[in-house]
Design a binder for this molecule. Structure first.
Ligand code: HEM
Length: 75
């Protein structure tokens, strides 16, 4: 379950790379794959919200590991 979720998150992360490169390319040349810089920025903000929730779920799933790491960090 956890492994499947991590894989899903990784695939969604490829989308982050795509939209980020798209935004940079559209900033330089005016458009990328038919989308303007503004359209990429709008897509990015919507995708960002989805990623925010997915990462929140990810953090919840890994909270016990994170708690242990924090204990080691501040021991
Ligand atoms: C978006 C792409 C990401 C992928 C594909 C990913 C994948 C993974 C994987 C495979 C693990 C190991 C799980 C385990 O050991 O059971 C992990 C652990 C963890 N991730 Fe992520 N992660 C991503 C983003 C993030 C982000 C943005 C945060 C923080 C805001 C985060 C926080 C953590 C924490 C706290 C752990 C557990 C601690 C650890 O193993 O060191 N991850 N992640």
């Amino acid at each position: 379950m956890k492994a499947a979720y991590s894989m899903f998150l990784f695939i969604m992360f490829l989308g982050v790379i795509f939209i980020t490169i798209g935004t940079i390319m559209a900033s330089k040349t005016g458009s990328f794959l038919g989308l303007s810089k503004l359209q990429f920025m709008e897509l990015r903000s919507k995708y960002g919200i989805i990623m925010m929730f997915l990462i929140l779920i990810h953090l919840t799933m890994n909270r016990s590991i994170m708690k242990k790491e924090l204990e080691i960090l501040f021991e």
